[in-house]
Write a protein that binds this ligand. Structure first.
Ligand code: SAH
Length: 291
């Protein structure tokens, strides 16, 4: 884990955050506590007010690779900033080292912020850290964040649910603990959820699509790959379920894969594209419905 000190002069910004925290009567961040917070999918504007206050008050911040480092400019001067992710092909820090560091900093009376991309409890190993803290008797608070599977879809103009397309939404990881395709009942998933949102699924996208088609899904169903969602280099590729594996092979950026008829609504709802000139197709008028 590499450590740097924040030496930025940001007194005015931090004072503004303290005012905001007082206006919203946010809870105090006391010494000896760990706050396990989500930073959102990328756009720094998507962090919560509580997450922002935690950054401005923490003595130590352990952050992951998917956290937007712009947010760290709001940390206290002399806050310890510890990078706990995977960088430039190097292996990520061991989970046990991260948990041990959280416990030891908290036991030294520090205000410790564990900052993770998206939501800390969605495919982020936040529960493992919370369980270690609970075992060690370290008090903690969990600050939810906007998970990439929700925020990323919104930034791609794809509704997570829509009453004409899906009443069910399923989040799936495409990456088991051993790096292999998770051993799931893919046929049941294919039948059970009209919309699937896949995390960490680039590598096994082709195999997942094949299993879903074998489980009864239409090979021509709309699908999309949203990479670097909510960041300035966000890209969205639309394809079909049968084309998903091939499309996912292009690129290495973090990506959310989404499968379902709701993907087709992007044609009307790509608000980000519209900001840079895309002409959105007008949706057909809804037929009046008595129910
Ligand atoms: N806790 C995080 C997920 C961590 S798992 C959350 O709630 O969002 C890491 C995976 O999340 C990535 O492989 C990718 O599938 C997804 N992801 C995270 N940030 C993303 C982004 N900005 N754009 C697209 N996918 C993202």
């Amino acid at each position: 884990m590499s450590t740097v000190l924040n030496d930025l002069t940001n007194a005015a910004e931090r004072a503004a955050i303290q005012k905001l925290a007082a206006a919203l009567t946010l809870p105090c961040f006391d010494g000896g506590w760990v706050w396990l917070a989500g930073a959102g999918p990328g756009d720094p504007g998507l962090i919560t007010a509580l997450g922002l206050a935690a950054i401005a008050n923490a003595d130590a911040i352990l952050y992951d690779a998917l956290v937007n480092e712009t947010l760290l400019k709001l940390a206290r001067p002399c806050a310890e900033l510890l990078f706990a992710g995977k960088r430039a092909g190097k292996r990520s820090c061991r989970q046990s080292d991260i948990s041990r560091t959280l416990v030891s900093l908290a036991k030294r009376g520090k205000r410790v912020l564990r900052l993770k991309g998206g939501d800390p409890l969605v495919f982020g190993r936040g529960a493992e850290e919370a369980l270690t803290l609970a075992r060690e008797g370290v008090p903690f608070r969990i600050v939810p964040g906007i998970t990439a599977g929700i925020g990323g879809l919104a930034y791609a103009g794809i509704p997570a649910t829509h009453r004409d397309t899906n009443h069910v939404l399923t989040f799936v990881t495409g990456h088991g603990a051993d790096g292999k395709l998770p051993d799931l009942d893919w046929a049941a998933i294919a039948r059970g959820s009209p919309t699937l949102v896949l995390y960490m699924a680039r590598k096994h996208a082709g195999e997942i699509a094949a299993r879903l088609i074998a489980g009864g899904r239409d090979a021509d169903e709309p699908a999309a790959i949203v990479s670097n969602a909510s960041l300035s280099d966000q890209s969205t590729v639309t394809t079909t379920l049968s084309g998903l594996g091939q499309a996912a092979m292009h690129g290495t950026a973090p990506a959310i894969l989404v499968i379902g008829e709701n993907v087709a609504l992007r044609e009307h709802m790509d608000w980000l594209g519209a900001m840079s000139g895309r002409v959105l197709a007008p949706p057909r008028a809804r037929v009046a419905n008595a129910s």
